[in-house]
Every structure is written in structure tokens, then in C-alpha cells.
Design a protein around this ligand. Structure first.
Ligand SMILES: [Fe+2]
Ligand SMILES: [Fe+2]
Length: 307
């Protein structure tokens, strides 16, 4: 059974990462429809605004409450998030509320166990609101994917990207539901499951980057391709460790090393895009988005290593 303090801290930490991820997924969907599907564009915009509100509320409850590790990890904001948002606003004309980013960057963490118990009621309501919104977003994404796969709709997102962001939304809902049941997370049991999940996501990020770079960016395409292959292998290893309890396989350490390298690649790539030095069709906010997901995974891996 999770203590009240842990329930509050873990819930808010989860929202600071995932509510931002969901609002950005909504944004990526929003800018990728054709003019014919303006009703889909509008619906994606509504989702984006709802997740802005959820994130805003999480931020307003988080100061002096959340685990400092979460804030330090670079999964909430990176040094590039603000610039990536401003460049993305400039390119699309969509008003992303950068004040949320500023507020997140200014949050302080807390290691103390003394947290106002009155927060519990607000956090519980926020968790339910996020479960509802994310469940609806999964439905929306699935609908788009079905349309694309049956060739009744065209979007500028890869079908695999849509599938990829459905998985991330499902993980958010799953973790929120467990928090609502005050379930304690068993890292020993779940490390390999998380490694399987995130190694596959990292492999796909590398493949998305490979496919969105300008065809003349040979070096970057080759590096992205190598990361894709490396993480495909690490996904298989994590799966084997998960299924066969091959605990001697040091997939955690290998994943940690590989993810640090991929993080550096994403960080340099995001900077290169922002400085107009990399030719691609990667919207700047997507570069920062996948960088934050690597940072989130790195924090988990470091936790798994310590167990
Ligand atoms: Fe994502
Ligand atoms: Fe992702």
C-alpha cells in the first residue's frame, strides 16, 4: 500500500512528464492532417488544450512537493524546450503556452515526508481527469491509425508513430490507475518490462529520426540507423530477460550505456535543428520531445541499477 505522501509525489511527478508528452502528441497530430480533415485538426487542438490545463494544474500543485530527481532528470524540461517551443510556434502559428515551460523550469523539489495531506483530494481528482482525457486520446489516435491503415485518411505522421504514441498513452493510463489503487510499484519485478517497453520506443525514435532527416544528411542517417539496430537488439534482450528470468543478462547496464549515447545524439540533433544546421522535416518540438523521453528512461534505468 502506497503512503499518502508517495501517492502525491509519484502522481505529480508522472503528470509533469506525461501530461506534457500527451499535449505534444496532440500537437503532432494536429499539424499533420490534410485540409480535408479540419474536424480532426480541431479535435486534436481540443486535446492539446485539455492537456495544457492538466499540466498547468499539476505544476500548480508540484512546487516543493515532487521528487528532486524527477526535476533534475531533464524529463520535465530540457535546456532546449523553451527555444524548441518558440521555433515551433513561429513555424506553425499555434500558440503553445510557454509560460507552463517557464513555470516547470522554476519548480523546486522536496525530499521531506511532510506534505500537506489536503493535496490528496486535488491529486486524486487530477488523476481521474488525466485518465479520462488520455483514454479519449487513445481512442482518437486509434481511430486515426485505423483510417490511415485502411487508406481512408492521409496524415504526415508515420503509421508506426501513431502506434508508438498510443503505447505511451496506454502506459500513462496504466500507471495512473495503479496509483489510484495505491499500488506499490515493484522495481525488481518491473525493471525488465519497462526496459522492454522503452528500448522499443528508443529503437523507434531512432528510426523516425532516420526517416525524417534530409536524404543528404548521410552521417546522421547512418548514426540513427545504427541506434535503431542497437535498440532492436536490446529490446530482444529485455524481452528474453522478462520471459525467462535470465537475470544474469546485464541488459540494464547495456541499456543505460546505449540510452546515454542516444540521449547525446538527440541532444545534438535538437541543437542542430534549432541552429538551422541540420536539414530535416523534424519539427523542433519533436526533437526535444524524444530527448525528454530518453531522459525519463535514463532516470528509470539508474533506479533499476541501484536496486
Ligand atoms: Fe512521445
Ligand atoms: Fe516516444
Amino acid at each position: 500500500m502506497l503512503s499518502n505522501t508517495e501517492y502525491i509525489k509519484q502522481s505529480l511527478g508522472l503528470h509533469l512528464f506525461f501530461a506534457r508528452i500527451m499535449k505534444e502528441h496532440s500537437f503532432f497530430l494536429e499539424v499533420s492532417f490534410t485540409p480535408r480533415d479540419s474536424n480532426f485538426t480541431q479535435e486534436a487542438d481540443d486535446f492539446r488544450r485539455e492537456f495544457d490545463k492538466i499540466l498547468g494544474e499539476a505544476i500548480s500543485l508540484s512546487n516543493g512537493v515532487v521528487n528532486p530527481e524527477v526535476l533534475k532528470s531533464g524529463e520535465v524540461v530540457t535546456p532546449f524546450t523553451m527555444n524548441a517551443e518558440m521555433a515551433t510556434i513561429y513555424f506553425t502559428g499555434i500558440q503553445i503556452p510557454t509560460q507552463l515551460t517557464q513555470a516547470e523550469a522554476g519548480l523546486a523539489g522536496s525530499n521531506t515526508a511532510t506534505i500537506d495531506p489536503a493535496l490528496e483530494r486535488y491529486v486524486s481528482a487530477l488523476n481521474n481527469r488525466a485518465i479520462k482525457a488520455t483514454t479519449a486520446l487513445i481512442q482518437f489516435k486509434s481511430n486515426i491509425l485505423n483510417n490511415v491503415l485502411s487508406c481512408t485518411m492521409f496524415t504526415f505522421n508515420y503509421p508506426l508513430l501513431i502506434k508508438h504514441i498510443i503505447r505511451e498513452a496506454e502506459l500513462y493510463v496504466q500507471q495512473l490507475k495503479r496509483l489510484q489503487n495505491r499500488e506499490e510499484i515493484n522495481l525488481e519485478r518491473e525493471a525488465y518490462e519497462m526496459e522492454f517497453f522503452w528500448n522499443r520506443q528508443m529503437a523507434e525514435h531512432a528510426k523516425f529520426i532516420r526517416g525524417l532527416l534530409d536524404p543528404t544528411e548521410n552521417d546522421l542517417i547512418e548514426q540513427a540507423n545504427n541506434f535503431g539496430k542497437e535498440f532492436d537488439l536490446l529490446t530482444e534482450k529485455a524481452k528474453a530477460a522478462m520471459d525467462a528470468t535470465l537475470h544474469h543478462v546485464n541488459v540494464t547496464a547495456e541499456s543505460l550505456k546505449a540510452t546515454e549515447n542516444l540521449r547525446d545524439f538527440k541532444s545534438q540533433g535538437t541543437q542542430g535543428i534549432l541552429q538551422c544546421k541540420v536539414k530535416s522535416i523534424i519539427i523542433p518540438l519533436l526533437g526535444d520531445h524524444v530527448l525528454r523521453e530518453a531522459n525519463h528512461y535514463l532516470r528509470l534505468l539508474k533506479m533499476f541499477e541501484r536496486r
